[in-house]
Design a protein around this ligand. Structure first.
Ligand SMILES: [Zn+2]
Length: 261
């Protein structure tokens, strides 16, 4: 209790809804459900109002499941946790269940869309590919917004206002075309933060790279869970958003964010 009291005294306002709501709770972002054994990195606790903590409950469920499903690394795989997350999804959000009965043709098409080649020794029918239903996107994006606000607060040491523009997108680490589309983002985010915990090796469970500026007020970040889910995020002030629009698009972001020496 004392730790919680101290934390909320130091961080009195919710960092997820613009900074006008008193924080009443500590929110782990990314949620513990995103991590094997529910062990996530230290110092990823954020002040939240009751509304913001509760509002993303279902998004967390969907996000946690697709983080697990999308990470091909053996090190992060826990069969029991995946089964549990799957049953959570079945009970609460059955429309978000992955499509497991893809035809060989569907699988070949999705490989092509991801810029990957079928290994010669595997039949298309045997590829371990699952389809992601369209309904999953808004859940992943809402949660990505929450992570963007959290990283903004952590890096800028202030709260993104209600008028800040928060943009996020996601892809898979194995999706070459998806990662290729983020190349600009990746090359302009030189500050690398790896999630760690004292006395526990977290491997590659979570990390992000970012870049930030005070004037114009902007943060850009690319986060990854293990070898799987990748998020690209941008948080900019209303002024900065206007400049981006007037100057004609994303290219200008790189020019405004000056990498450190
Ligand atoms: Zn809030």
């Amino acid at each position: 209790m004392r730790k919680r009291g101290r934390f909320l005294a130091a961080h009195p306002w919710c960092c997820f809804c613009g900074g006008n709501a008193p924080a009443t709770t500590i929110d782990h972002v990314p949620a513990r459900t995103c991590f094997p054994d529910r062990v996530g990195p230290e110092n990823f606790e954020f002040p939240a109002c009751a509304y913001c903590q509760a509002a993303t409950r279902l998004d967390e469920l969907a996000f946690g499941f697709y983080v697990k499903l999308g990470d091909p690394s053996d090190e992060n795989f826990r069969e029991g946790e995946l089964a549990k997350a799957l049953s959570g999804l079945k009970n609460n959000l059955p429309n978000l269940l992955p499509e497991l009965n893809l035809t060989p043709r569907d699988k070949r098409n999705s490989l092509r869309l991801m810029g990957m080649e079928k290994p010669a020794h595997i039949l298309a029918a045997d590829l371990p590919l699952a389809g992601v239903p369209k309904d999953v996107h808004p859940h992943l994006l809402r949660y990505a917004h929450k992570i963007a606000c959290a990283i903004y607060y952590r890096e800028q040491r202030r709260i993104a206002s209600r008028d800040h523009y928060v943009w996020a997108t996601w892809t898979q680490g194995t999706n070459r075309n998806g990662i290729g589309a983020l190349e600009g983002f990746i090359s302009m985010t030189p500050l690398i933060v790896r999630g760690t915990r004292r006395n526990v090796g977290l491997g590659d469970r979570f990390g992000y790279r970012c870049n930030k500026a005070d004037d114009p007020d902007a943060l850009t970040a690319v986060a990854q869970f293990g070898s799987g889910l990748v998020l690209a995020m941008l948080v900019v002030s209303p002024d900065c958003k206007k400049k981006l629009r007037d100057d004609g698009g994303w290219v200008k972001v790189a020019e405004m964010l000056v990498p450190p020496d």
